[in-house]
Design a protein around this ligand. Structure first.
Ligand SMILES: [Zn+2]
Length: 271
């Protein structure tokens, strides 16, 4: 009964709040990595985006006005992660706050001596547990093409949100019953330690060295790579790629780009 009601409500929203074609095409064009998605995937993505925009409110801050295309560009990147997953992974929070550029978050913490500190470092994005996702539009714009920027801010913050669905952003998102938590943790820990070693030795890494900050950041950064440059994750950490493919239920490295099959060396270097 509840499912039927939910489906009926979704159908109503899809009809009433459909995204006009020119707006949809403009948003797709802003995100080059979506070119490898099939027509069917893009159609399903479009439905997810309409429902996401209905469920969340995207508001500007510091004088920033969120344009219709900006709303769709943000929602698209959020929905890429849940294309084949239950949208309930994004339940429990409602707002996305968009600043024109970097912002200084308004939080404080107390150290062991009881001294209260106030954060003063500007940030490009933040995902708060049970609270909003905060984004800098300038940084979304700068990271919409992974091949130029080597990062994707929006996917990063929404990956944290999914990770937080079962508590802290610790790199252990709620896995489906079909996956082994032990294998997940073991695979990601081995890769994380390996990556931290490379960063500590000052080696160049094609993956953003920020991933070495913590297991939570490792999951968020590698999620950016999985969606926006999947062949890179496949080459660098194939075992992690396999775990992500199981979790997100997508195999982006196997997608066909520009009519040409992408080929990868199917080696298991770090298993
Ligand atoms: Zn992060």
């Amino acid at each position: 009964m509840f499912d039927a009601l939910r489906r009926w409500r979704a159908q109503r929203v899809l009809k009433a709040q459909a995204i006009p074609d020119p707006l949809w095409q403009e948003a797709l064009a802003a995100l080059p990595f979506l070119a490898m998605y099939t027509d069917d995937e893009r159609a399903r993505l479009r439905e997810k985006v309409v429902l996401f925009l209905d469920a969340k409110s995207i508001v500007g801050a510091n004088g920033h006005e969120v344009s219709p295309v900006q709303r769709v560009v943000i929602a698209l990147q959020a929905c890429v992660l849940i294309l084949n997953l239950d949208s309930a992974l994004y339940d429990g929070w409602e707002n996305i706050v968009v600043y024109p550029g970097e912002f200084v978050p308004n939080w404080e913490w107390e150290d062991e001596a009881g001294v209260v500190h106030r954060n003063s470092d500007p940030m490009a994005g933040e995902a708060m547990e049970g609270g909003p996702v905060v984004l800098s539009w300038a940084d979304i714009e700068a990271s919409r093409d992974y091949r130029e920027s080597g990062m994707n801010l929006a996917i990063h913050e929404f990956a944290h949100k999914i990770d937080m669905r079962n508590g802290d952003a610790n790199g252990r998102p709620p896995l489906p019953a079909t996956m082994s938590a032990e294998v997940w943790t073991q695979t990601l820990t081995v890769a994380f330690d390996h990556f931290c070693g490379r960063v500590d030795r000052g080696e160049f890494t094609a993956i953003d060295p920020y991933a070495a900050e913590s297991p939570g950041e490792f999951f968020a950064v590698l999620s950016e790579v999985f969606f926006a440059a999947p062949e890179l994750l496949y080459e660098e950490y194939p075992a992690v790629y396999e775990q992500f493919a199981g979790f997100y239920r997508q195999d982006p490295a196997a997608r066909v780009a520009n009519g040409e099959a992408l080929t990868y060396s199917r080696q298991r270097a770090n298993e």
